[in-house]
Design a binder for this molecule. Structure first.
Ligand SMILES: *[C@@H]1O[C@H](CO)[C@@H](O)[C@H](O)[C@H]1NC(C)=O
Ligand SMILES: *[C@@H]1O[C@H](CO)[C@@H](O)[C@H](O)[C@H]1NC(C)=O
Ligand SMILES: *[C@@H]1O[C@H](CO)[C@@H](O)[C@H](O)[C@H]1NC(C)=O
Ligand SMILES: *[C@@H]1O[C@H](CO)[C@@H](O)[C@H](O)[C@H]1NC(C)=O
Ligand SMILES: *[C@@H]1O[C@H](CO)[C@@H](O)[C@H](O)[C@H]1NC(C)=O
Ligand SMILES: *[C@@H]1O[C@H](CO)[C@@H](O)[C@H](O)[C@H]1NC(C)=O
Ligand SMILES: *[C@@H]1O[C@H](CO)[C@@H](O)[C@H](O)[C@H]1NC(C)=O
Ligand SMILES: *[C@@H]1O[C@H](CO)[C@@H](O)[C@H](O)[C@H]1NC(C)=O
Length: 551
């Protein structure tokens, strides 16, 4: 059943295409095995089956939160049920869809109108006891996450969905699109600018698709306008504003696939989606080290520091492109950090037969085999946060990669204002047992000059002063390595030499699961090497780190 579905999706590729300047983007490639997408579908569904509450018609929370349920993962699971379509899968999918729609916010005057509940047991958002708290009691991006999932169901599996449910899905999508149009970056605590790539791409698509289906010219043109703004940012350097993010580049590629697959040449999205996917993969592949199974830094938003240990959505795409064994995915994906994102597996699998035709042969090859030592220079731009585009440099060698970005922003921690996910300067290296060591600068400043070159990372705080510190977070040693770390000599697999205007004495603390000076970040324990400036220093804070592999 499944393979038939995926093959049917693949058959759609035979359609003629019209991207005149670059028709080769849509040439069918045969070097990705369709079984890989099928494996991803089956494995992610088998895992979610364990969480399915058929009586409720919802998935239990994947984080096992005392038997509460979750809306978004339920919608993703429902799409997977339609793709699998065994036994009563399709009936259960329809049940879930009806539930998700009945839990959609219905008050047109509220900021969260047309959004989907986080979970069905939640109190009414906007009551005295349950105030609206954006990204907490309601998440504006869920209009896009759930809405685009409904669209995939309508596009791919209409024959499995009764007409009255399809009608409600259209009404739900219409409401979600109207609600999404309330979002304006900088207003009412919202942060949706065209530079917030992943939800921006979903918004433009949903507006364009729903507008066309319902003959709402305003919606259609709003989608085109927004898509054009995103495109203008992209075309600067062929990069997404939300750059090289293990999780969100995966979502952006998902959304761009919707642009390329479901919008025709009358739309700026249909005209550009395929090219943007190709360029985004070329950029990711240029930073990928297949020996370490990691993308080099910098990462604008990351939920982990070693892709072999946390589940990234990029890795799910790679699963369909190079197979699970070669992708940065553990044999047991649900044991990895950030494992809940495994729930998007069905969507990635459903779109893979189309999406996987759009990556260049060169990029695909780099995802399989490290092409050799090289440097990368590019940039990305996120207005209104960036004063100037961020300048990105990376140096990749077979077992050591260094990547960094200079930025000048009006916030700390990147556009998401989250120092735990914004990683502007990173080094990663292979260790004797095959595991990966990592180093990241914990960002505390609005301005950083950071340059990666052969074996070297140079960091400067142009606006720093004698109170500035550099907090370097370093991953724990391998399982059989030294448990205790008090200096650079104790860090496994790499020799690090530091000089600069900082005091050469540094402090080392540990942030562990159940002890130490602080808590892990993104599920990762780390050693914290903090350098300060000499007291009374008038110099610009500057540090240069030289990394040498130790076999
Ligand atoms: C690609 O795959 C299709 C279907 O599996 C097959 O018909 C076709 O001959 C293949 N093309 C090449 C160039 O191998
Ligand atoms: C709808 O939302 C508005 C704005 O938040 C609020 O004033 C109004 O009371 C809500 N209506 C209902 C029926 O909850
Ligand atoms: C759509 O919103 C309207 C209010 O504008 C509401 O009456 C209707 O029930 C909503 N439809 C769905 C499917 O939530
Ligand atoms: C469409 O946009 C026009 C101009 O902004 C506005 O006057 C009209 O009310 C809108 N129509 C709908 C259905 O939103
Ligand atoms: C990036 O480089 C350009 C060109 O050299 C420069 O104008 C810009 O200020 C740099 N950006 C940052 C954030 O340093
Ligand atoms: C040093 O920088 C900190 C952080 O930006 C600032 O609060 C402080 O006022 C500065 N001190 C001096 C002497 O400029
Ligand atoms: C650090 O050492 C390098 C190489 O010895 C030297 O070129 C550089 O000037 C030094 N940097 C600082 C900030 O002292
Ligand atoms: C790192 O250590 C310094 C000095 O002890 C501390 O101020 C800082 O909060 C720590 N950083 C993190 C991310 O834990």
């Amino acid at each position: 059943m499944v393979s038939a579905t995926l093959l049917r999706a693949a058959a759609a590729l035979a359609l003629p295409f019209f991207v005149s300047a670059t028709p080769t983007y849509r040439v069918k490639r045969n070097d990705t095995n369709p079984e890989w997408a099928d494996n991803l579908l089956q494995e992610s569904m088998t895992w979610m089956d364990m969480f399915y509450d058929a009586e409720a018609g919802y998935l239990y929370s994947l984080s096992a939160q005392a038997l509460t349920h979750e809306t978004r993962a339920s919608a993703w699971y429902a799409a997977g049920l339609l793709a699998r379509n065994e036994g009563n899968d399709a009936e259960e999918a329809v049940k879930i869809v009806e539930n998700v729609i009945s839990g959609q916010h219905k008050n047109e005057s509220s900021q969260w109108y047309g959004d989907y509940q986080i979970y069905p047991e939640e109190p009414t958002v906007g009551t005295k006891q349950y105030p609206p708290n954006i990204y907490n009691s309601w998440d504006p991006n869920w209009r896009g996450f759930v809405g685009t999932t409904l669209i995939i169901m309508l596009e791919e599996f209409p024959e499995l969905i009764p007409q009255d449910t399809q009608d409600r899905m259209m009404e739900s999508l219409h409401n979600a699109t109207v609600g999404d149009s309330y979002r304006v970056g900088g207003v009412d605590d919202d942060n949706l600018y065209p530079s917030y790539s992943n939800p921006a791409l979903m918004r433009a698509f949903m507006s364009g698709w729903v507008g066309r289906r319902t003959n709402e010219a305003n919606m259609t043109s709003a989608g085109e306008t927004y898509a054009t703004e995103i495109l203008d940012l992209f075309n600067r350097a062929n990069t997404l504003s939300e750059f090289n993010s293990g999780t969100y580049a995966g979502v952006s590629l998902y959304a761009l696939t919707l642009w390329a697959k479901y919008m025709d040449e009358s739309s700026v999205m249909g005209q550009n989606g395929a090219r943007m996917i190709k360029e985004t993969w070329s950029s990711l592949a240029s930073l990928y080290n297949a020996n370490l199974k990691n993308v080099a830094g910098p990462w604008d938003r990351s939920y982990g520091f070693d892709m072999n240990r946390y589940l990234s959505i990029i890795a799910l795409h790679m699963w369909t492109l190079v197979g699970k064994d070669k992708a940065p995915i553990n044999a047991k994906p649900y044991a990895m950090g950030h494992k809940d994102d495994f729930a998007i597996g069905p969507l990635v699998a459903i779109l893979a037969p189309f999406h996987n035709t759009l990556i260049s042969a060169e990029a695909l090859s780099s995802l399989q085999t490290f092409p050799g030592t090289h440097s990368v220079k590019t940039s990305a731009f996120s207005p209104p946060w960036d004063t100037y585009p961020r300048n990105i440099t990376a140096w990749l060698s077979p077992k050591l990669t260094i990547g960094a970005e200079s930025f000048s922003e009006n916030v700390i921690g990147g556009p998401a204002k989250n120092p735990n996910s914004f990683n502007p300067a990173i080094a990663q290296w292979g260790r004797a047992d095959g595991t990966v060591g990592w180093f990241t600068l914990h960002p505390q400043v609005m301005k950083l000059d950071a340059v990666a070159s052969e074996n070297v990372l140079e960091l400067t705080y142009p606006d720093g002063n004698e109170t500035s510190t550099f907090e370097f977070l370093i991953g724990t040693n391998s399982k059989n390595g030294k448990r205790d770390v008090a200096s650079w000599e104790d860090v496994e697999g790499v020799k690090v030499t530091v000089n600069g205007t900082v005091d050469s004495a540094y402090e080392v603390t540990f942030s562990g699961l159940v002890g130490g000076a602080g808590d892990p970040i993104n599920d990762f324990e780390f050693w914290n090497f903090t350098y300060s400036m000499p007291q009374g220093s008038k110099e610009t804070p500057k540090v240069r780190l030289q990394f040498e592999l130790v076999e």
